[in-house]
Every structure is written in structure tokens, then in C-alpha cells.
Design a protein around this ligand. Structure first.
Ligand code: CP3
Length: 344
């Protein structure tokens, strides 16, 4: 079998509809929780290549997915640039604040950062353990989303970052520029280490008013994609502008993405009809429906498969898999997809 994900992203007809799930490695799997315990903290796990490769491969042993996404985090970039980063149990990430030009200038360019080297090492180990039909995905956060974590110090607030973006504060402009440059270096390193596809996560894109989207979502992501493709022409890229509703086709055109990942509240067929020929959609079953399972999950899955043709679609969730998802629901999900497509 060929690589179904690469086929869809490069305009070829796949042998089956490609499927992978955001956060497919994670706390819903007992074997993940065991390795996470062994590693100590979540960040230790990200930076121990043997263990990170092991948890990356765990879901592939259970499920016949078409892709593997390297186990790391979007906040590895600020960490490599010198931000203090901690993951607080039941609260999420906490970072040191960056809110003026001196603090932006004090960040490192992260060239040769040990954090990046560890992720590259993980990619190499994962690549060696993948079946030939599975595509290896590398990733980073988009500059707007990563900047907002650095400015707010946590994921729950956006007010200071939004004000800085609206006024195009010089320090904010400089922070975004620096994140563009560092993200290019990091993604180029990931491709050299074995990543075949890249996904850029702009998880907070939907929080920016529409009038600011071109400048702070489209433009920085486009610069990252162009920068990577200067080194690796034609490298397939998936862009996830979460929460931008009817804006996905414009995002795809502005960034030259091969696919756009779409949140659950937007109809994939509406996005697809506005997309340039050859660009695909990814998504978008609600993670809550996977967690609930049963007839509703099957119905939602069938509806998505009937709505968009497999040559233009990468099956995924609208956001990451939830912690309390029963693992057997993922088995049922894959069965439903293959059955609907007549590939069971
Ligand atoms: O998808 C995968 O399986 C690959 C690994 C991956 C993780 N984070 C592992 C992770 C990826 C691609 C990410 C991306 C990421 N990280 C995003 C963008 C996607 C999105 O969800 O919108 C964001 C915003 C982050 C930042 C982040 N990391 C937060 C807010 C949290 C805490 C939330 C939580 O679920 O606790 C994390 C932690 C995190 N990243 C976990 C995992 C498996 C849970 C950590 C644990 O084991 O305790």
C-alpha cells in the first residue's frame, strides 16, 4: 500500500481515506500513562527521545492509522528560545512573560538548541519504527498562538496579546518575526530528521478579530511555509487555523497549504467548495462524539465520509482527542470509516 496521507496532500488518488487523530498519543492510553510516569514530567517525556518515540508509536500498535505525529509540544519553541516553561498538573502550561522590546530581544535564536536536537532524535527513532504506509508528521505552533502563550504566560488569557496585535506594537511585531525565523529553522530540522509532512497549529486563530487575521495569521504562517520550502521545495503542509469558520479557504490560498484542518463547527463540504483544486480538507468529527461513542459517533463519521470524497479528505477530529475517551471507541471509529468507504 502507498502512503495515503501523502497521496491526498500531493493530489494523487489514495488507496483508502487517510486517517490520523490530533493527540493520538496521550493520556487516554494506559500505556502512555505508564511511560509518562516513568519519564517524570510531561516535558521530560518530550525531551527523552527513547520514551518520546515509544509514546509516538503506541497508538500505531493499536490502530491502523495512516500517519504518526511526533510526540512533542508547540511550547518547545519558546522553551528553546529561553522562556521558563512548566506544565502544572490540572492547569496546563505556565511560561515566563514577554511583554516589551527588552524581553523580546533577550530571547535566544535557539540555533542548535538542545530541545530541538532531542525532537530531531525522536523523529529519527520513530521513522525507523514505522510501517511503510504510515506518513511521519512534524509540527510547530503558528507564531500568533505561540506568541499569545509567551505574552500571557498561560493558555487561558488573550487580552494583552490581542491588544498588542491590534496596535501592532513594535515589540509584538518583533516577537512574531523572531518566531517566524525560529519556526523555519525548527521545521527544516524536523524534515532533515525524517518528517515527511508538517502541520502548523494556530489553535487561537479564531480569537483574533477577522480584520487582523491576514496580518497575524495568514502572513506569519505563509512566511514559515515559504521559508521551509526554500530548503525543501513542495514540502506538504497542513495548516490548522482553529475557529476561523468560513475563513479556511482564504487561509489555504494565503499560505499555499496542501490541506486545511477544520474545527467541528464548520461543514467540510463548505470549505472544500471554496478551496483551490488539489487542496484538501482535514477533520472534523467532534472529539466529544468520539468520547461518547456508539450510534451517534458512527452516524457522525458516516456523514463526514459521505460529505467529502476520499481524494480530497484526511479524516481527523475537529480538535485533539479528549483524555477520557475509551480507547475502544477509536477502534470503532476506524471500522466505521473503512466500512463506509467499502474498504473494510
Ligand atoms: O498530537 C499528538 O499526539 C502529538 C503531540 C502534541 C502534544 N501537544 C502533546 C501534548 C501536539 C501536536 C501538541 C500541540 C499543542 N500543544 C497545541 C496545539 C494543538 C491544540 O491542542 O490546540 C497546544 C495549544 C499545545 C499546548 C499545550 N500542551 C497545552 C495547552 C497543554 C495542556 C492541556 C492538557 O491537555 O493538559 C499541553 C500538554 C500536552 N501536550 C499533553 C500532550 C499529550 C498532555 C500532557 C500530559 O501528559 O500531562
Amino acid at each position: 500500500m502507498g502512503k495515503a496521507l501523502l497521496d491526498v496532500l500531493t493530489g494523487r488518488t489514495p488507496e483508502r481515506r487517510p486517517v490520523w487523530l490530533m493527540r493520538q498519543a496521550g493520556r487516554y492510553l494506559a500505556e502512555y500513562r505508564a511511560v509518562r510516569q516513568e519519564a517524570g514530567s510531561f516535558l521530560d517525556l518530550c525531551y527523552k527521545p527513547d520514551l518520546a518515540a515509544e509514546v509516538t508509536l503506541q497508538p500505531l500498535r493499536r490502530y491502523d492509522f495512516d500517519a504518526s505525529i511526533v510526540f512533542a509540544d508547540i511550547l518547545v519553541v519558546p522553551h528553546a528560545m529561553g522562556s521558563d516553561l512548566k506544565f502544572v498538573e490540572n492547569e496546563g502550561p505556565v511560561l515566563s512573560l514577554v511583554r516589551n522590546m527588552d524581553e523580546v530581544n533577550a530571547l535566544s535564536d535557539a540555533k542548535g538548541a538542545w530541545q530541538f536536537e532531542r525532537v530531531y532524535e525522536t523523529l529519527g527513532k520513530v521513522k525507523a519504527g514505522l510501517a511503510p504506509h504510515v506518513t511521519l508528521i512534524g509540527f510547530c505552533g503558528a507564531p500568533w498562538t505561540v506568541a499569545s502563550y509567551m505574552i500571557e504566560g498561560r493558555g487561558s488569557d488573550r487580552a494583552v496579546a490581542l491588544a498588542a496585535a491590534a496596535k501592532a506594537e513594535p515589540w509584538f511585531v518583533r516577537l512574531v518575526d523572531r518566531l517566524v525565523d525560529t519556526s523555519i529553522d525548527y521545521l527544516v530540522g524536523q524534515v532533515k530528521a525524517g518528517a515527511e509532512v508538517l502541520q502548523i497549529f494556530d489553535s487561537w486563530a479564531g480569537d483574533l478579530p477577522e480584520g487582523l487575521r491576514a496580518r497575524w495569521v495568514h502572513e506569519p504562517i505563509a512566511r514559515v511555509v515559504d521559508g521551509v520550502r526554500k530548503v525543501f521545495p513542495g514540502l506538504p503542509v497542513i495548516v490548522f487555523g482553529r475557529g476561523i469558520g468560513n475563513g479556511h479557504a482564504a487561509l489555504a490560498r494565503a499560505t499555499h497549504a496542501n490541506a486545511v484542518s477544520v474545527e467541528q463547527d464548520t461543514r467540510l463540504s463548505d470549505v472544500l467548495k471554496d478551496l483551490p483544486a488539489g487542496v484538501a480538507v482535514q477533520g472534523n468529527l467532534a472529539p466529544e462524539r468520539l468520547m461518547a461513542g456508539g450510534a451517534d459517533m458512527i452516524a457522525g463519521t458516516e456523514a463526514i465520509c459521505r460529505e467529502v470524497p476520499m481524494a480530497r479528505h484526511v479524516f481527523n477530529l475537529g480538535h485533539g482527542i479528549l483524555q477520557h475517551t475509551p480507547p475502544e471507541h477509536v477502534t470503532a471509529l476506524l471500522e466505521a470509516i473503512r466500512k463506509t468507504d467499502g474498504r473494510a
